[in-house]
Ligand binder design. Structure first.
Ligand code: BEZ
Ligand code: FE
Length: 300
């Protein structure tokens, strides 16, 4: 029998898991064990701290509801979602538009709208237009590409927060026209705080972070034979553009709303953004995030 100490237990644990048949599960579980053990040794984790961690994770699980995914939020504020996203994005980025986080406010089943429609039911701020073209990585326009968009209101809240999930607003699904062009009206979304009333918010406060995301519009774009693009457009003049709590902003995704003679809706400030989709990578989903309702259903 082997004497176990804080070092030898790692290899013993890995040996006991050596029979895992699924090679990818083996790689992931082995890596997690090695890094978790190394982490405990590095910080000299005490039993009290270990228990605090368990209580924290329990509270994170208990904060999950059909409308809220606190584990995804935890992954987001730790930068893990951004790492997974960037790993997934590495190849597509050379060819297509850069991606960003899906976030916890994506919902399946948003309304299908014609190009030019306003996505906000009762706009109370200046309307703007968002327009552009979707093409493949050779620059060939993609007619019939599907663009889903969702955003906060001018008050900085998603419909899930303002309407408690009872109806949808500030969302829409558009299709590009014969030239691959799209446009929709909206109001400029306000930057907002991630949900701070749960255990993840407590952690963020203990870290003296502001918890804000800069103003943005989420976009999920798909076209047959192309890789789905999950991204967002960020307004460059937002005061938190360089300190996003969930590390979602990249330079190539920063936009401004300007008076633009080429806009399809003269008289409104316009955001112009052309998307490029990389060629399809079979069997892959680029969604770092999910509709929380769906995750709850899958867990039942
Ligand atoms: C969002 O952009 O909707 C979001 C992303 C991560 C955490 C919270 C919100
Ligand atoms: Fe968002």
């Amino acid at each position: 029998m082997q004497d176990l100490d804080e070092l030898t237990v790692t290899d013993v644990a890995l040996a006991q898991m050596a029979g895992t048949e699924n090679p990818r599960l083996k790689q992931i579980a082995d890596g997690a064990v090695r890094h978790l053990h190394a982490f405990a040794r590095e910080v000299n984790l005490t039993p009290e701290e270990w228990l605090t961690g368990i209580q924290f994770m329990t509270a994170v699980g208990q904060a999950c509801t059909p409308l809220r995914q606190e584990f995804i939020l935890l992954s987001d504020v730790l930068g893990l979602s951004a790492v997974v996203n960037a790993l997934h994005d590495k190849k597509a980025r050379e060819l297509g538009s850069q991606s960003s986080l899906l976030g916890p406010f994506f919902r399946e089943g948003a309304p299908d709208l014609p190009n030019g429609a306003q996505i906000v039911e009762h706009p109370t701020a200046e309307e703007i237009v968002v327009y552009g073209q979707v093409s493949d990585n050779d620059g060939t326009p993609l007619p019939g590409a599907v663009i889903q968009v969702w955003q906060t209101s001018e008050r900085g809240l998603y419909d899930l927060q303002e309407r408690h999930g009872e109806s949808m607003d500030m969302r829409g699904i558009f299709r590009t026209d014969a030239d691959g062009r799209y446009h929709f009206r909206t109001v400029r979304p306000l930057g907002y705080s991630i949900p701070m009333d749960g255990p993840v918010g407590e952690l963020v406060k203990l870290q003296n972070r502001h918890g804000m995301r800069p103003s943005h519009i989420h976009c999920l774009i798909s076209a047959d034979g192309h890789r789905e693009l999950v991204t967002a457009l960020y307004f460059g003049d937002d005061p938190n553009i360089d300190s996003d709590t969930v590390f979602g902003v990249s330079r190539s995704l920063v936009v401004e709303a300007t008076i633009d003679p080429a806009s399809p809706v003269p008289g409104l400030r316009a955001v112009h953004y052309d998307f490029r989709l990389a060629a399809e990578a079979p069997g892959e989903s680029g969604r770092v995030g999910a509709d929380p309702t769906r995750l709850m259903k899958a867990a039942e």
